[in-house]
Design a binder for this molecule. Structure first.
Ligand SMILES: Cc1cc2nc3c(=O)[nH]c(=O)nc-3n(C[C@H](O)[C@H](O)[C@H](O)COP(=O)(O)O)c2cc1C
Length: 324
């Protein structure tokens, strides 16, 4: 019998928190890991001293498995290489690597040779089969997901199709999971565990802007749309976001609508930027990229990361309340 996600990663609850650039800092990641699931910080475009600062907080904030998320298509192969060098050199062995989308094959070897777990989120059966064949934990993302969309299939269809191809692989499901009932549906489709993004946007430890959190908790499925308008900084990818004045009218001028600070460095935020509003962002928050999954309909209020994890503990394989 294949081991559940929790056993593969050495965690208590088979739940991964998505590394979300800007939103998921080391504080959220460590809170999730200290609660028994697998937290993950969003590395996004960080490199050099700002990435080192995040890695330092990650390595010292928990002694449990915790991840750093990188995005090959945003930074490109060369910059990913630099980021990986820092991660592998500067973090203790309990830090795993999480990737959004497929990297070059050599990245799989590099992470494995360093003795680290690799978790790769995919949106197609083809990518899932390739990632599993190269030794990664596969996260199957459906179009219910908040943020950037890797494919066009619904979550449980993709999970079932991957499970049919990969009976022994470790597969987590992502997209639209905001309740234990929805997680149980993904497990019934063949998943060994789940990955959640939007549910952690509203965690106290998340760095999402307060207005963003409030809009997510108030939203239902029909308040989200799939769009490609938030393309500055991340072109060529569709995103699921809360509908905004910008998604309603994409023909507006590309002018600056706010300011933000990332790891101590100030930036202007242009309209159509792919950057999410964080606690350091000011300006027209409601026009920015408010990534949000269909899971929002099951997320009524802000809560702690530990409470989110506890809510799912009973339904996931490998968790204390379940016998496998
Ligand atoms: C605010 C937000 C930011 C995200 N940023 C990232 C990111 O930086 N890297 C990544 O791998 N996935 C990112 N995602 C996508 C998630 O990994 C995942 O596919 C999605 O959250 C799952 O759907 P859910 O939000 O309904 O749980 C983001 C999602 C959200 C909601």
């Amino acid at each position: 019998m294949r081991p559940p996600l929790a056993a593969v990663l050495g965690i208590d609850v088979g739940l991964l928190q998505s590394g979300m650039g800007g939103v998921a800092g080391a504080e959220l990641a460590c809170a999730v890991s200290n609660a028994g699931a697998a937290g993950c910080a969003g590395g996004y475009k960080l490199v050099g001293a700002p990435l080192s600062a995040m890695l330092d907080r990650l390595g010292t904030g928990t002694d449990r498995p915790v991840g750093i998320n990188l995005i090959p298509e945003v930074v490109g192969a060369e910059e990913l290489d630099h980021q990986l060098t820092q991660v592998l050199d500067e973090t203790p062995p309990h830090v795993y690597v999480s990737l959004f989308g497929m990297p070059d094959d050599k990245v799989f070897d590099r992470v494995a040779d360093a003795g680290r777990h690799l978790v790769v989120q995919v949106g197609t059966v083809e990518d899932g089969v390739r990632a599993a064949g190269l030794g990664a934990v596969v996260v199957a993302q459906g179009i219910e997901a908040g943020g950037h969309l890797l494919g066009t299939a619904r979550r449980d269809e993709l999970v079932a199709a991957l499970r049919a191809e990969l009976p022994d692989a470790c597969i987590a499901a992502s997209g639209g999971i905001g309740s234990p009932e929805e997680a149980a549906r993904a497990v019934a489709a063949g998943a060994d565990g789940v990955l959640l993004g939007t549910a952690f946007v509203v965690a106290h430890e998340s760095r999402a802007h307060e207005r963003f959190k409030a809009l997510v908790t108030a939203a239902g499925e029909s308040d989200t749309v799939i769009t490609d308008v938030y393309e500055i900084g991340w072109p060529g990818r569709r995103h699921r976001v809360l509908a905004t004045a910008v998604t309603a009218d994409p023909d507006q001028p590309k002018k600056f609508i706010g300011k933000t600070v990332v790891e101590g460095k100030p930036y202007l935020v242009p309209r159509f930027s792919a950057a999410v509003p964080t606690e350091a962002t000011t300006g027209r928050i409601e026009e920015m990229a408010l990534y949000c999954g269909l899971s929002c309909s099951a997320i009524p209020a802000e809560t702690s990361a530990a409470d989110v994890v506890a809510g799912f503990a009973g339904v996931l394989p490998g968790s204390p309340a379940v016998t496998n």
